[in-house]
Design a protein around this ligand. Structure first.
Ligand code: SF4
Ligand code: SF4
Length: 422
C-alpha cells in the first residue's frame, strides 16, 4: 500500500473508531502485560493504519466458527474470519439488511461491500458461509450479489441425533472437495495431519491462557483476552500461537510473583451471548472500568472458537475428516441449534471453574436466538444462586451512558452481596 493511501486510510472513520477503541483498551488500565504489546501493535497496524496482512496465496473468508480451518490449511490456503465488529461497516451493511437485523451480520456485509475492507486480506478466493442462523443464511445471496464466490456450508438444525451428525459429516466432506478444487491441491492425509497439529497447538496455547484466568486474583483482564482471541480471526496462525505462548509465560511469572491485574475481591464475571468483536468491545470494557473482571466467556469469538481439540491418530483420511466434522458440531453451544441444553451445562461448569460471581449476557439487537435463550439461561443460573445481567445492545456508541449505569449497578450489587457473605 502506498504511503498516501495509508495516510488517507488513517483518517477514515474505521481507523478513528478502531483507534478510539484501542486507546481505551490500552490506556485506561495500568500494568498491561508486556506481551500484550504484540496484539496492541497488530491491531494498530491492521485496523488503525490499514496495513495489509502479510503473505500471499489463496484466501478463504469464513463467516462463523463452524468452518473447519484445518481443511483450509491442508489444501494450502489461509482462512480469514470475516465476523465484524465495526459500527462504520454496520452502517454500510444496513443498506442490505432489515432495520431490526444483527449488527454483526450487517457489519460483515458492510465490510465485504467496502472497497477498503479491513483487515486487508487481499482478494478472497472463496467465502464459506455456514447455514447457521437465519440472518447468516440469508446473507449468502447478498454476498454473492456483491460478486464474491460463496460456498454455503450446510449445517443441521440439531446436533444431538445420529442423522444430524451424518448430515454434517457429509457437508464437511463436500467442503473438502470444493476447497481442493479451489487450490488445485488434493487433500492428503499427511497435509491434514499437519494442519490439525497446527490448529491444535494454537488451541493448546489458548487453553493454557484459559487456565491462567482461573487464578484469584486475576493475572489478566478480560478485555485483553478478547483482543487475543479476536486476533485469531486474521493473524498468521504460527505467529499468533507464539505470541500467546509468550503471554502465557509472562502470566505464569505474574502468578508466581502474586501479581494482581484486578483487586482481590473484584467481582468475577462470566461473559456469554453474542460475540464481542473488535472494535466493539464496549461491554467487556464497561465491566472492567466498573471494577469487575471478565474471567471467562462462553462466546464464539473466544472460548467456543478455540476450546475444542481434534486428535489425529493413524486414521484413514475420511476418518480424519469425520473427526474434524465432529469437533465443529457437537461441542458448539451456539443457540442456533434446536436443543441447546449443553449451553446451560457449559455455563454452569465455567461459572464454577472460574469462581464467577455473576454472568453478563449480551444480545446484539436483532439476534433472536440469543434473545430467546436468555430466559432459560437466567432461570437456570438463578436456581444456582448466580446473578445475571441481560444486556441488549448494538454497535452504536449511543447507549454507552445507559449501559454504564446498568453495569455499575450490577457490579455494585455483587460487591454488596460479597460483603454480606464475607
Ligand atoms: S453466534 Fe453462532 S451462528 Fe453466529 S457466528 Fe457465532 S457460532 Fe456462528
Ligand atoms: S449474534 Fe445472532 S444473529 Fe448475529 S450472527 Fe450470531 S447468531 Fe446470528
Amino acid at each position: 500500500m502506498s504511503e498516501s493511501s495509508q495516510n488517507e486510510y488513517s483518517r477514515s472513520r474505521l481507523a478513528r473508531e478502531s483507534e478510539a477503541a484501542l486507546n481505551r483498551l490500552v490506556e485506561t488500565f495500568d500494568e498491561n502485560p508486556a506481551a500484550m504489546e504484540y496484539f496492541y501493535d497488530l491491531f494498530r497496524r491492521v485496523y488503525c493504519r490499514g496495513e495489509e496482512l502479510p503473505g500471499s496465496g489463496v484466501r478463504v473468508g469464513t463467516t462463523c466458527i463452524h468452518v473447519p480451518d484445518e481443511l483450509i490449511y491442508a489444501v494450502g490456503a489461509r482462512p480469514v474470519r470475516l465476523c465484524n465488529g465495526s459500527y462504520h461497516y454496520d452502517q454500510i451493511g444496513a443498506d442490505f439488511m432489515p432495520a431490526k437485523s444483527c449488527p454483526l451480520v450487517r457489519a460483515t456485509l458492510g465490510a465485504l461491500l467496502s472497497e477498503d475492507r479491513v483487515p486487508r486480506a487481499g482478494k478472497l478466493d472463496l467465502i464459506v458461509n455456514p447455514t447457521s442462523c437465519d440472518q447468516k443464511k440469508k446473507a449468502s445471496a447478498a454476498i454473492a450479489a456483491m460478486g464474491h464466490a460463496v460456498y454455503d456450508l450446510e449445517l443441521p438444525n440439531g446436533k444431538d441425533s445420529e442423522a444430524a451428525r451424518v448430515y454434517w459429516q457429509r457437508s464437511v466432506r463436500d467442503l473438502a472437495v470444493r476447497l481442493s478444487q479451489l487450490t488445485g491441491q488434493r487433500l492428503k492425509r499427511n497435509r491434514l495431519a499437519e494442519a490439525m497439529a497446527l490448529v491444535r497447538r494454537a488451541e493448546a496455547a489458548f487453553r493454557a491462557l484459559d487456565r491462567l484466568r482461573e487464578r484469584v486474583p486475576s493475572v489478566i483482564l478480560g478485555k485483553d483476552a478478547f483482543l487475543v482471541t479476536n486476533a485469531f480471526f486474521f493473524d498468521e496462525i504460527e505467529r499468533w500461537t507464539e505470541a500467546v505462548e509468550a503471554l502465557n509465560r509472562e502470566l505464569e511469572e505474574r502468578a508466581a510473583g502474586d501479581f494482581a491485574a484486578a483487586q482481590l475481591r473484584a467481582p468475577r464475571i462470566l461473559f456469554t451471548g453474542s460475540p464481542p468483536v473488535f472494535p466493539n468491545l464496549k461491554l467487556p470494557l464497561l465491566i472492567e472500568e466498573a471494577g469487575g473482571v471478565v474471567v471467562a466467556d462462553e462466546t464464539c469469538s473466544a472460548n467456543r472458537m478455540l476450546n475444542g481439540m481434534a486428535a489425529s491418530d493413524e486414521w484413514l483420511l475420511n476418518d480424519m475428516v469425520d473427526a474434524l466434522a465432529d469437533k465443529y458440531l457437537k461441542p458448539c453451544t451456539c443457540p442456533i441449534f434446536t436443543h441447546n441444553d449443553d449451553r446451560l451445562r457449559r455455563l454452569l461448569d465455567l461459572a464454577r471453574r472460574f469462581l464467577a460471581d455473576g454472568v453478563v449476557y449480551q444480545t446484539l439487537a436483532g439476534c433472536q436466538v440469543y434473545d430467546m435463550e436468555q430466559r432459560s439461561v437466567s432461570e437456570h443460573l438463578k436456581r444456582e444462586g448466580i446473578p445475571m445481567l441481560y444486556i441488549e445492545t448494538d454497535y452504536s456508541p449511543d447507549d454507552a451512558g445507559q449501559l454504564s449505569t446498568r453495569v455499575e449497578a450490577f457490579i455494585e450489587s455483587i460487591n454488596a452481596r460479597k460483603k454480606v457473605h464475607a
